[in-house]
Design a protein around this ligand. Sequence first.
Ligand code: GDP
Ligand code: MG
Length: 381
Amino acid sequence: MTDKPRKNKSPDPDPPSALHVMPGIESSHDGMPSSSVNNNRPRAKVTPMTTEQYVDGILNGDRTIIGRAITLVESNALPHQQQAQDVLRLLLPYAGKSIRVGITGVPGAGKSTLIEALGCRLTEQGHKVAVMAVDPSSSLTRGSILGDKTRMERLSQDSNAFIRPSPSGGALGGVTRKSREIIIVFEAAGYDVVLVETVGVGQSEIAVRSLVDFFLLVLIAGAGDELQGIKRGVFELADAVLVNKADGDNVQAARFSREEYERALHYLQPATQGWLTGAYTASAATGEGIDDLWDVIERFRDITVANGEFARRRREQVKDWLHGMVRERLRETFYSSDAVTAILPKLEQDVMNGSLPVTRAAWQLLETFEEAVRRNRRNER
Ligand SMILES: Nc1nc2c(ncn2[C@@H]2O[C@H](COP(=O)(O)OP(=O)(O)O)[C@@H](O)[C@H]2O)c(=O)[nH]1
Ligand SMILES: [Mg+2]
C-alpha cells in the first residue's frame, strides 16, 4: 500500500458516520476488497491514508477516519492487516478506558431498543457511546444490526454515538479478533461506553462474553426459557438478567418473571467473583428501569475494579485473544497447505469407510504438514 500523505479533507464518498452507518457499511474504503455482497453501487476510489493520519484522526475523534480505520481492521488483505496492526499498536496506550457491556438475548427480546434507550441517556449525561453487533452467523447480511437501524434512530443521529454493524469475517474467530480491535479504535477515539449486541445464537454469547466487562442477558416475561432459546449456560455467563417489556399489561408478568429468575440465579455460580448476578425489570420502550440498569453496571464496575476482578478479567481476555489468534493462524496455515489439501480428501474417505483409524489419519496429516514446513524452510535458506 502506498502511503502518500494527503490532505484528508475532501468529502468521503460514503462517510461511515453514524448517520450513514448502514448504507456505508458495504463500502470498500481505500479500495479494499469487500468480502461482502452489495457492491453494485458505484464508488469513488478513496486515497489511502498514512498510519499517522489514521492515528491522529482517531485520537481527534474524527468520525470519517474512525470508520475508515474500522474498515482497515476488517479487511482480510495482508497489507491492510499490516497497516491496521501499526495503527493499533500506536493506539493501544490510549485504549482500555471504557466500560464494555455485552447484551445478549433472543431476537425480539428488545436488545436494540434497549441500546437506543440506554445509549441516548448516556450521551445526554456526557458519555460517548459506541455500539457494535457481533453476528458470526451472517457474513452475508453483515449483521442483524442492519435491520435494527429503525430501532436506533435517535442514537444513530447522535454526534456522541457511533454505531457499527457486525464485522464480516466468516468464522467466529475472525469476527472476535476484529471486534476486539474495533473496541481499541473506539476507546482511543474517546468512547467511554462500548455496547456490544449479540444475536444470541450458537457460540456468539461466549464470544461476546470474552470481549466485555459486563454481560447482560435480556429476556421477556411469559415465554418459557425453552421458547426463548435460553440455554442454562447463558445464565452462568450473565452479570445481570433483565426482564424487558415491563410495560402496559405486561408489568405484573414481568415482575413475577423477575422473581423467578432471581430465585433460579441463587443456585448458579455467579459469572464474576465478588458480584451477585441479579434480575431486574425494565421497559426499553418507555425508558422505565433504564437508569437503574445503568446504576447496576456502574456498581459492578466500582466493585470489580476495587476487588481486582475487572483488571483480572481483562488480562485473561488478552491472553485468550493471543491463543485464539495463534489457533486461528495455525488452522488457516494448515488447511491452506498444498501438502495437506493433496491428501486430505483421500484420508477423509478412509476414515469414513472405516479403513483407517482417525488418530492415524490425523497423525499422517500433521506429519505431512510438518514435513512441508521443514521443506519450505530449507528452500528459503
Ligand atoms: N412493549 C415493548 N416492546 C418492546 C420493548 N423493547 C422492544 N420492544 C419491541 O420488541 C420488538 C423487538 O425489539 P428489538 O429491539 O429489535 O429486539 P432485538 O432483536 O432483541 O434487538 C420491536 O418491535 C420493539 O419495538 C419494550 O420495552 N416494550
Ligand atoms: Mg437487535
